[in-house]
Design a protein around this ligand. Structure first.
Ligand code: NAP
Length: 262
């Protein structure tokens, strides 16, 4: 089994990565940064997002394991002092693969189309002024949105930015996309739904730019600005991300531990 390690870059994560390589060599695991089977992320959920995007072109061929060096994460369940156990399990056992849905967008610009996958979410915001976009669902006009922005999240990303803007938490077995508003303008003139909504796997949402505007598009932790975006088609990807589980890591326990139990 071939593995790669991505660490957050801080001293603790770097030293854990070194230790991981030592233990892995002792247990007969092969380090292969280009074509790994399993990618071990050491840091936090943000580190796993980086690992995901580094290997996004091979997402259907790899699985991920997260070790956290701070608080318990949504993607990173192993603790630093469990490194030895994890390496032994990786060497000796076949993991259970848990597959989570991903979000996909097709961005149409004046010149060409771009495609992106997100593990957590995409966001769209106006850079210089209020975002003005038309939303259509399954090619039917839905609403004219004016406000700060829109969050398009995956189920596993529903506990991240989506939750901060009042979106619901969605179990990752529900193949869906959640569309949530960031500070929409609602008054006598402008009207939006005013709540988030879920799209199932076979539906799509188009977001069409309705004026010349500089847009900020974020893809998980990455961002880009463009003035030539005409429209963005959002859907649940046919591809999924896999997590290698060597022990159970129930989603609702993670939600409770992160947000309820103090
Ligand atoms: P960051 O701004 O440094 O950290 C964002 C925080 O979100 C970190 O505490 C991170 O956990 C946590 N997080 C990441 N994925 C999560 C998930 N699926 N469920 C619950 N919490 C999660 O940025 P970053 O580390 O590069 O992460 C990028 C993410 O930040 C974006 O995908 C977006 O979801 C989130 N974000 C949230 C807001 C907001 O809530 N207002 C604003 C901007 C971005 P760790 O500490 O374990 O890494």
């Amino acid at each position: 089994m071939k593995y790669a390690v991505i660490d957050r870059g801080d001293q603790l994560s770097k030293s854990l990565a070194e230790r991981f390589h030592q233990l892995a060599a002792e247990r007969g695991l092969t380090r292969h940064d280009d074509t790994p089977d399993i990618i071990v992320s050491i840091g936090g959920d943000g580190t796993l997002l980086q690992a995901f995007h580094k290997y996004v072109d091979r997402v259907t061929d790899v699985s991920f394991v997260g070790i956290h060096t701070g608080h318990l994460g949504f993607y990173a369940d192993w603790k630093a002092d469990e490194l030895d156990t994890l390496v032994t399990l990786m060497a000796e056992e076949t993991p259970h693969l848990v597959r989570y849905p991903l979000a996909e967008i097709a961005v149409e610009t004046d010149e060409q189309n771009f495609y992106y996958l997100a593990l957590n979410e995409f966001t769209l915001k106006g850079v210089d002024a209020t975002l003005v976009v038309q939303l259509s669902v399954n090619d039917e006009s839905f609403e004219m949105f004016r406000g700060d922005g829109i969050v398009i999240s995956t189920p596993s990303g529903s506990t991240a930015y989506n939750k901060s803007v009042g979106g619901a938490i969605v179990h990752p077995s529900i193949e869906s996309l959640q569309i949530a508003e960031i500070a929409s303008i609602n008054n006598r003139v402008y009207r939006t739904l005013g709540s988030s909504f879920l799209l199932p796997q076979h539906h799509h949402c188009d977001i069409v730019s309705k004026k010349e505007q500089r847009l900020l598009l974020t893809i998980d932790h990455q961002s880009l600005q463009r003035t030539d975006i005409r429209s963005i088609r959002c859907s649940v990807s046919t591809r999924k991300v896999s997590f290698a589980r060597y022990r159970p890591f129930p989603f609702w326990n993670r939600v409770r531990d992160a947000f309820v139990d103090m």
